[in-house]
Design a binder for this molecule. Sequence first.
Ligand code: ARG
Length: 296
Amino acid sequence: MMKKVFMVISLLALVFTLVACSGSQENANKAINEAAKNAKQENTEANKDASDSSLEDIKAKGKIVLGTSADFPPLEWVSYKDGGESYKGLDIEIAKAIADSLGVKLEIKNMAFEGLITSLNAGDVDMIIAGMEASDERKKEVDFSAPYYSGGQSLVVRAEDKDKFKTLDDLKGHKIGTQLNTVQQTFAEEKFGSDVQGYDLNNVLIEQLKNKSVDALFLSELPAKEFVYLNKDLAFIEDIGAPKEKGFSVAIKKGNQTLLDEVTKIVSELKDSGKVDTWLDENIELSHQEVEEGNK
Ligand code: ARG
């Protein structure tokens, strides 16, 4: 610890000296870059020192357990195609690829979104992939891989109300539905306080909108679009003026650094190779097909 503090102080001293000596911006930049590089190296070395056995444990167990909330097409949903019941979606593809790359089986535990982080920290699941934003709030409780997707936040309303809602201000005085423990819930509650109603599952939200218990649903853009495709009596309002989400990532229990590093490596490769984009397109199409075949 003292060694680290000392290193940081000496690096800062180096930065100041370089700035003072030369007075040139170029040198100062060089020093800052150097300091950043060293800090990064320190970090990796520190991680290596504290190397945990989470990755080895998964391999020894021969399986990795995914926690998800399969009420979120096209990222995850339950498909009843061909009479059976299976999990589909972009997040499921990513989970399968992680399991394959680790050489282990994938087990899926489906639950309400609000319980996912508790399950991860209780050790009931090894990772969460559920269109979960790597928010600062959540980073206090769990670690996140590099992001694999970043999208907006949208509104779903009854088709006849489509022209009523153009900006966030138009929502004032209306009942707004969100899924419990989502960033949409936090954002809407900050803006609209007690007018926000939380529900555990997205299909419950859709019912509440249809039976007029709420007037608008605040959701991540991709599922919002899918729900409207699925329910022709609803309308999609893409941009209501809410900020984009920070990016969906895989959540891993804190302290499981070796597993986190490996998952980040795999996810980054999937993203860089264009696989994530392809899977997303394929799963949007698959989800639409299932609607058309009446399998949902
Ligand atoms: N993206 C939002 C969040 O991170 C909502 C995620 C909900 N996911 C789900 N599978 N229901 O809070």
